[in-house]
Design a protein around this ligand. Sequence first.
Ligand code: NAD
Ligand code: DAU
Length: 354
Amino acid sequence: MTLLITGAAGFIGANFVLDWLAQPGEAIVNLDKLTYAGNLESLASLQGDARHTFVQGDIGDSALVTRLLAEHQPRAVLNFAAESHVDRSIHSPEDFIQTNIVGTFRLLEAVRAYWGSLPADEKSAFRLLHVSTDEVYGSLSKDDPAFTETHRYEPNSPYSASKAASDHLVRAYHHTYGLPVLTTNCSNNYGPYHFPEKLIPLMIVNALAGKPLPVYGDGMQVRDWLYVKDHCSAIRRVLEAGVPGETYNIGGWNEKPNIEIVQTVCALLDELRPRADGAPYSAQISYVKDRPGHDRRYAIDASKIERELGWRPAETFDSGIRKTVQGYLANPEWVAHVQSGAYRDWVQTQYAAS
Ligand code: NAD
Ligand code: DAU
């Protein structure tokens, strides 16, 4: 038995594969296009591990996906692949439409054909798990209750609109064709192997490089933060026990304004790697022009997954952010290779001989 996982050279997918293979379980076929966000160096510890097969390719390549499904006969497909960066979606939305909407549609079509060909027992056990985001629900005011699974979809950026469209397609394939799908909508993740254009890794990397720490607008936008390993354990649990056709919100019960996140990162760096001049890293904070259409507040009500599947996050924000900062300090090579672009050579280094 295998799992076909898409986008598992990215931040969350790579963490999921590492965690999955750290326990006994099925082998993984990892289909990833290796966009700028795909980094096989995050999976370097799996070098030579026969349980991980990497295939460079696009979820929108129907022939390739059909071939992989036929060859590997997975008992589940987990779709992490996406264009995921809100700021990039504002500058150039096209790739988001192509991968998040058209790519998901083509993946669904290939999976539907494969699923339809399975014998009855394998057909009923099969799952397609689609990894989505809390951003599909739009923005909350200060006192609004947190997003539940029944909150109306009100996406505000090209990224969140494209993810919303993919969620709708996944839902439709369940209702129309009976495809056994599961959808998860998670809040902001942080942790190891996070590409340093997102808030937390960008702040760590810029702080250490003596660069400004750009805070958008007034820095009072609120996000819910979840340590990535907790997101991975939630996905594992949903795959194991989620009810087909259901959606599950995943969050850390950790609502914080951005400026507080940045201040926390600065304080940890002051403690763990003080600046040579003795000044605090917070002196590098620089308020910059706001993101267009910036959502003010996200908050996830994760009580359904807790009540129905018994999942809760293991990390508090304090424990998770400390591990994260320590991790970046301990792994400067990974960061340096991302910054220099050398991570893009890893696929040649790793797979040249195969
Ligand atoms: P990421 O950008 O770090 O990784 C995405 C991966 O998908 C990359 O490896 C990239 O090469 C690959 N990819 C992109 N287009 C592809 C295509 N057409 N075919 C195959 N592979 C392709 O993203 P992430 O932060 O790891 O997010 C993973 C998933 O989780 C996404 O679906 C995202 O919407 C969702 N999500 C992310 C967060 C977060 O905080 N990062 C929170 C909630 C949900
Ligand atoms: O909520 C889940 C989403 O979280 C995921 O679906 C996305 O894939 C993921 O990228 C993330 O989206 P955000 O836009 O919330 O993440 P980002 O790290 O880009 O920004 C977090 C907050 O910090 C946001 O309010 C914008 C702000 N920000 C971001 C950057 C990069 C800054 O103030 N300065 C910055 O330089």
